[in-house]
Write a protein of this length. Structure first.
Length: 252
């Protein structure tokens, strides 16, 4: 039975953080994993940091996949999924951190729920990866309708079971907020996302210009409603208002 977890990390100009992120994977209590670092032609020393780390650790479970050109996070994650050997797909952003038992706890939860799609709680962290004490709690389940106005699913906490959801269905659309667009696409097919309300992840927000730009975040979610989901203006406005309220609460 394939119990391997394939961890997909898109890497672009992450030289300051990527070693610490690799360390947190190495420290996992669940050791049946492969780490696929999709290097998206960074302009900094990310690729060299990864290469040296692999040599230093002599770790065959870590692979660096280099893109032919800078193609963005969606294509980077999609390549990682295509080349993954594991039954389970887990996402991790290049500057986020996991608690040592993240994979173990989440996989146990997935098995208990017989789920295809799970996610967990997380904590906001500062530039140094130190938690701020602000933990985001997650609901027990989310269906498609609920997820449209509750974007609490955070990428670095997600795990899929490809025995239940075909790998080719996990391709992220090439639009902004491609991760949320994928969650909605999966849920639209009738799958349920199960939330483990435990903090497993440190979400490092410093330096994330796109995520920290509130106006851009508003534009992205609006475009998802109108373009990705094809909603009317009235329906988009209704979901947008609920989304905004929940987004504010998560940060208070």
């Amino acid at each position: 039975m394939n119990e391997l977890i394939s961890i997909i990390v898109p890497v672009y100009n992450a030289e300051k953080f990527i070693r610490e992120t690799m360390d947190c994977v190495m420290a996992q209590t669940y050791q049946q994993w492969e780490l696929l670092l999709v290097e998206d032609r960074s302009s900094d020393a990310s690729a060299e940091v990864i290469r040296r780390y692999i040599e230093e650790k002599g770790e065959p479970r870590i692979r660096m996949l280099r893109q032919s050109s800078n193609q963005g996070a969606a294509r980077a994650r999609n390549r990682g999924v295509r080349e993954a050997a594991g039954r389970y797909i887990a996402y991790l952003d290049a500057d986020d951190l996991w608690t040592p038992d993240k994979l173990e706890r989440e996989l146990k939860f997935m098995r208990e729920k017989d789920a295809a799609f799970v996610f967990t709680g997380y904590e906001f962290a500062d530039e140094h990866g130190v938690g701020t004490g602000k933990v985001v709690h997650v609901p027990e389940t989310l269906n498609y309708s609920q997820a449209l106005s509750n974007t609490t699913i955070f990428t670095s906490t997600v795990m899929f079971d490809t025995d239940k959801i075909p790998k080719d269905f996990l391709e992220m659309p090439e639009i902004k907020s491609e991760d949320t667009a994928l969650w909605w696409k999966v849920l639209r097919e009738g799958y349920i996302a199960y939330g483990l309300d435990e903090n497993t992840t440190e979400y490092r927000r410093a330096g994330r210009s796109l995520s920290s730009n509130k106006l851009e975040a508003l534009r992205r979610i609006w475009n998802l409603y109108r373009k990705a989901e094809g909603m009317s203006i009235a329906s988009s406005m209704r979901h947008f208002c609920f989304w905004a309220l929940r987004a504010v609460r998560r940060r208070l």
